[in-house]
Write a protein that binds this ligand. Sequence first.
Ligand code: HEC
Ligand code: HEC
Length: 576
Amino acid sequence: MPRLNLLRIVALSLPFVFLHCAFGQAADTAPPPSNQIPPESEPGIPVTDTLTTEKCSECHKSDDKGNLTRISWIRTTPEGWEEAIKRMVRLNGLELNPEEARHIVSYLAANHGLAPEEVAPYRWYLEMRQPESEPIPTPAIRMACASCHPFARPETWHRSATEWKLLVNMHIGYFPVTEYQTFHARPRPDGTGVLPASTAPAPAKEPVDEAVEYLTKNSALHSEAWSNWRAAARDPDLAGRWLIAATAPGKGKYYGVLTISPGAAGGSFKTEASLTRIADGSKTSLAGQSVVYTGYEWRGRAKADSIGEPVRQVMTISEDQSKIEGRWFWGGYQEFGFDVTARRESNDPTVLSTDVSSIKAGSKGVAVKIFGDKFPKTLTPADVDLGSGVHVIKVVAAKPSEADIICDVDAAVASGFRGVAINHRVSPNIFAVYDKIDYIKVSVPSALARLGGASHPKGYVQFEAIAYNRGVDGTPNTADDIILGPVQVKWSMEEFIARFNDDDKEFVGSLSADGLFTPAAEGPNPQRRFSTNNTGDVWIVAKYQDKDMASPLVAKSYLAVTVPIYMKWDEPEVAQ
Ligand code: HEC
Ligand code: HEC
């Protein structure tokens, strides 16, 4: 019976863990894990840092090659290392001061880290985005490993075959419910829940074994990507002036400057940024610090003059060190943020953005503002190239960071993106040209907001309406459709009818004219029937109409408004 074997291994390898669970406090010293763990068959990654060896080898025994048990057969992100080390402190009796912890996370992230391409599919997880859904190989794996945290959590760890098995034991040791509720439960074939074991046929493989097999194969300890990156990685030299192009849902486009200077410790930086919102010219200034892990993982924290809480910055540095991309975010559920691309400043003119996202074919005399850096003071129409079929008629005004121009667009021109060039330096995909807005979509087709405001933060949702053109194939809703950017719409809420006398619309919260949903307060509401709380589900409706349209374009998003997260299973964070 696989289950009995598993339990035996758990009992052998983690008896102390059961003690922690039973008494809820850390023992003075935990028995060394090295005594009980099965031998490794794969070569480990030796730990060569004195402080790390000194601190960890008290329990994780060293072998003659310098491998420490467990640690030498694991690679993960800085967040992953920080989580594990926090648990060592919280539950297992490790003692570290913050400086030592930072040093060890940095050493392990550099030497037991992930290559950029290994993390690329899971950047959303590190950047704290809320995806619509997560691609997970099978319903059984979804149930076993994505019931409490995203599957991206294990996918951002790479481990030996033995280590993947030990991870299962760690879960059963700390969270015994997992064993029957997820690891050995029976998923419904459509992935929507669990069937009682007595009514479900035994699967060929237990869900947990399916997961471990998948991860052993796809998230192995050793990989070509990592050995190449480890050999080539260097401490990036980022000091200097960087140019930012950014967007924020509901607020549109921003441009600005990020100044990076060396920090007090090696691998750390001081940052100053200034962002200008293109729609109204308002400015946001941020000042902070950052650390770079693994040669490319930027983790920063900044204070912004117009944001009442620290802004976290999770970004990745391109291999040629010319670009830093990622998300700057805040909010009770990290739901607010900028999508940021910073490019190293150049000696030549650089175009960052335009005030318009798209221009209709056949338009004459369209005023466009181009934002960027080092534009020549004497700019002529011949210096500015807006791509095929778009003609610059006049330069109205020019300064180093902004050029105001007038252009005409041919009527019979191919719909699609155009780059903008000043003095032949092209920045691609700056705006789109289209013959017609074919449809609109709400940026998030379904969303989750969380009641709050009394003892928990509110979980807001910012909706945006995005216009689309059908693309070259002439059929809407296909892969070649052209995103024309956010459009101004009329927002409203409609009842999602789920029961008789459904009244959720009156209670769940309110929607602003610019698409921000603010949930109502948590807890029972005496105004509501049976004094229930303010949960519910509604349609968020966007209506768009311009002068060329006979009837409006309509798009909807489904919004569920639920209770706060009372227990956080998942809150990775590494910052300065
Ligand atoms: C006082 C004893 C002790 C010290 C010191 C200690 N650990 Fe651990 N470590 C444990 C125990 C017990 C386990 C198994 C239970 C668990 O995973 O929490 C473990 C497991 C681990 C795991 C495997 C977790 C997983 O994902 O399965 C990692 C990684 C780890 N330790 C890292 C470290 C690092 C890094 C250090 C040094 C900075 C360290 N430990 C220091 C006791 C210790
Ligand atoms: C009952 C909820 C639950 C389920 C189900 C679950 N996890 Fe976890 N997992 C957690 C929690 C909570 C932590 C954080 C533990 C801590 O550090 O305190 C965690 C941590 C992890 C970590 C980080 C390891 C470390 O040392 O910090 C990995 C990797 C992971 N889980 C993978 C998996 C995989 C693979 C599965 C499926 C086989 C799974 N999880 C199923 C709750 C769960």
